[in-house]
Design a protein around this ligand. Structure first.
Ligand code: SAM
Ligand code: SF4
Length: 348
């Protein structure tokens, strides 16, 4: 898909065109993945963060947040819960820290999860920007995927969304390093940011292609009242952002083909059936939250986070029924590696 076609599709609100886009993207999803969805148990293990991104509810400068860090044992319990429910992989996600205690802690947590699951769980990390040595150390511990959203591929918009000491160039460099080290690499953006244009979103999709990533995790931007960006989001249009989120999934599927694409939780925050709709627009991954409910409410990136009090067993059953209702089934006990990664590494 070229840039002008992507811009045109993002700007077109005609229901027939939207349906056509959905059907084309779903066809490509089914060609690569069948009518199956892989699950990743999402473990939000710490909300401590040294950064202060203007959009994020757990940013360092939000003093209203009750900070927590789970223990390795707690993380292992969550991972074993995911394993028992048949989710083939877990994602360990946190705020960003680079101190040596944190680096060692993540190393230990990855090893403990792999040991407890007999190596059966795939481990994805999403812990922000780190040094090359740290990425290599966590890869050696057994983490095989890493998610680091670029947030927006437009350096000027990136600068407007972050304090001056957050660097777009560093973030891009991290993504290339993760690839070199041998991770399956995922990136993504927030969709519907204040002032963001269809052209910028089209460039985001082209950026994913240039980086040749294996996984995409992107979702609608949703304001959080205790963040600087909320003041620019007073005209936040829930329905518009939701629809843009679905269109971005479909267009990315058409542009990139065989990459894993997650239907983000933020879609569900805007529409109770958001994740299933994301699958109908071409996503093939869902990340049910398996964080203990006591911690979950302290990890609120935006307002209206869904499933704040649902226990993991209830989430699993609910999701299974919801996916069956749209003709999809959950692929149980499979890690669900990105076929794009397999092809990319076979080539090299
Ligand atoms: N700290 C790591 C990082 O920033 O890469 C990982 C955790 S961070 C909370 C995960 C993602 O949450 C970010 O990449 C960002 O896109 C998303 N996020 C933060 N605030 C958001 C908001 N208000 N609306 C939607 N997504 C948001
Ligand atoms: Fe920290 Fe990530 Fe939130 Fe930025 S997006 S403030 S790095 S948790």
């Amino acid at each position: 898909m070229d840039r002008s076609a992507i811009v045109a599709a993002l700007s077109d609100d005609d229901p027939d065109q939207l349906k056509q886009l959905r059907c084309r993207a779903y066809e490509v999803k089914v060609r690569h993945f069948g009518r199956t969805v892989h699950l990743r148990g999402l473990i939000e293990f710490s909300n401590r963060c040294v950064k202060s991104c203007f959009y994020c509810g757990i940013r360092r400068d939000n003093s209203a947040v009750d900070r927590f860090s789970m223990t390795v044992d707690e993380i292992v319990q969550c991972a074993l819960n995911s394993h028992r429910l048949g989710y083939g992989s877990v994602v360990l996600q946190s705020g960003e820290r680079r101190d040596s205690d944190f680096v060692a802690f993540v190393d230990e947590a990855v090893r403990a999860v792999l040991k407890a699951s007999g190596g059966e769980l795939g481990v994805t990390l999403s812990c922000g920007e780190q040094s090359t040595d740290t990425y290599a150390r966590w890869r050696a511990a057994g983490a095989k995927r890493y998610l680091l959203r670029i947030e927006t591929s437009d350096p000027r918009l990136y600068a407007a969304l972050h304090p001056a000491d957050h660097s777009f160039a560093d973030r891009v460099r991290c993504l290339w390093e993760l690839k070199t080290i041998g991770y399956q690499v995922g990136t993504g953006v927030m969709i519907g940011l204040p002032g963001q244009t269809a052209e910028q979103l089209a460039d985001d999709i082209l950026f994913f292609g240039e980086l040749d990533v294996d996984m995409i995790g992107m979702g609608p931007y949703i304001p959080h009242g205790e963040t600087p960006l909320a003041a620019s989001a007073v005209n936040f249009d829930k329905a518009r952002n939701f629809q843009l989120g679905l269109k971005m999934i479909a267009l990315t599927r058409l542009a990139l083909g065989d990459v894993n694409i997650a239907a983000a939780t933020a879609l569900q925050a805007l529409d109770p059936s958001g994740r299933e709709k994301g699958v109908r627009f071409g996503a093939n991954i869902i990340m049910p939250n398996v964080t203990p409910t006591v911690h979950r409410q302290r990890y609120q990136l935006y307002e209206g986070k869904p499933c704040l009090t649902d226990e993991p067993d209830a989430c699993g059953n609910c999701l299974d029924a919801r996916l069956r209702a749209v003709g999809e089934r959950v692929a149980l006990n499979e890690q669900g590696d990105s076929p794009h990664f397999v092809r990319r590494t076979e080539k090299t």
